[in-house]
Ligand binder design. Structure first.
Ligand code: SAM
Ligand code: DTB
Ligand code: SF4
Length: 326
């Protein structure tokens, strides 16, 4: 506990060692949750949960080989491919998301990287128009160069999602078509363009606790730290190499969320994919541990998510309420 006690104010630290993070992670569970709550209350309203809605604007046929992903062209997951949507289709989905209480609209494309041209121009227009609805806008489009990041910033993009997924040592077991460094480079150009960074990982891919800790160390060393950190539990999709993994233990999910909350005190920690398989109790513990955002709506990108009715009941039962837009 010495590292916490020696920092009673819990300032944002960028020098956590793996050993220190591991010590937090391994605390007796009630103590871990208590420490996470202290930090959570210092920086966040513990009764508010931000609702974000995802839309896959271009689906399937992706040239990357991410072992978890149903959209990779390497695997036969049965997900139908879909070209880039029209602006009107996207706006209709964004309006509906806003009307259902989402304050952030996230558009995902199954691209390895963005290419200049008509499709990128269309995405920029989507960003402009969703922004005009008064929502935060996030995109996840694969790798970007600095010019593309600047153009997204000019279009009004709030945040760019680009996950590191796991620790650096395990990365090449999961993806071989790009490197951890490629990922870090895109995160840098996003930051330099003045766009908020959304960067997190996936639990349950066969990684060790050390790999999870290493991911949290990499995120915590970023300066500034990512404004939002999605923690996904692997959605096991048949046909992908990770389709028959065993589910991740719920207590392990809560431990990672609590640890993330402590080492990333100001970040919004988003309990992301995998909630359809989580009990109400597990999700409740995740909120207690400091998660303060979820994806809302019955679909993530290609896989199911709890519907609005269930999520409203979940938040009501716990006395939590959706964060309102600014
Ligand atoms: N192609 C872009 C990229 O990889 O950055 C954007 C879309 S990609 C689907 C966005 C993120 O979704 C991935 O980085 C990964 O973390 C997450 N993801 C994909 N498939 C998943 C699965 N089966 N379970 C949990 N998370 C998943
Ligand atoms: C993130 O970390 N999780 C979201 C969002 N960022 C883009 C995506 C989850 C995808 C789950 C699998 C699917 O629905 O295709
Ligand atoms: Fe493509 Fe992104 Fe899926 Fe990887 S995670 S296969 S880059 S869509």
């Amino acid at each position: 506990m010495s590292h916490l006690e020696s920092n009673p104010e819990n300032p944002v630290r960028h020098d956590w060692s793996d050993e220190q993070i591991q010590a937090i992670h391994d605390l007796p569970f009630p103590e871990l949750l208590f420490q996470a709550q202290l930090v959570h209350r210092r920086y966040h309203d513990p009764q508010k949960v931000q609702l974000c809605t995802l839309l896959s604007i271009k689906t399937g046929g992706c040239p990357e080989d991410c072992s978890y992903c149903p959209q990779s062209a390497y695997y036969d997951s049965g997900v139908p491919s879909q070209d880039l949507l029209d602006i009107e289709q996207v706006l209709a989905a964004a309006r509906q998301a806003r009307d259902h209480g989402s304050t952030r609209f996230c558009m995902g494309a199954a691209w390895r990287e963005v290419r200049q041209g008509a499709e990128f121009e269309r995405v920029l227009e989507m960003v402009r128009q969703v922004r005009e609805l008064g929502m935060e806008v996030c995109c996840t489009l694969g790798m970007l160069n600095s010019d593309q990041a600047k153009r997204l910033a000019e279009a009004g993009l709030t945040a760019y999602n680009h996950n590191l997924d796991t620790g650096p040592d395990y990365y090449d077991q999961i993806i071989t078509t790009r490197t951890y460094e490629d990922r870090l480079r895109t995160l840098e150009v996003v930051r330099e363009a003045g766009v908020s960074v959304c960067c997190g990982g996936i639990l349950g891919m066969g990684e060790t606790v050390r790999d999870r800790i290493a991911l949290l160390r990499v995120l915590s060393h970023m300066n500034p730290q990512p404004e939002s950190v999605p923690i996904n539990a692997l959605v096991r999709v048949k046909g992908t190499p990770l389709g028959d993994r065993s589910p991740v233990d719920p207590i392990e999910i809560v431990r990672i969320i609590a640890t993330a909350r402590i080492v990333l005190p100001k970040s919004r920690v988003r309990l992301s994919a995998g909630r359809t398989e989580m009990s109400v109790e597990t999700q409740a513990l995740c909120f207690v541990a400091g998660a303060n955002s979820i994806f809302s709506g019955e679909k993530l990108l290609t896989t199911p998510n709890p519907d609005l009715y269930h999520d409203r009941a979940l938040l009501d039962k716990l006395g939590l309420s959706p964060l309102e837009g600014s």
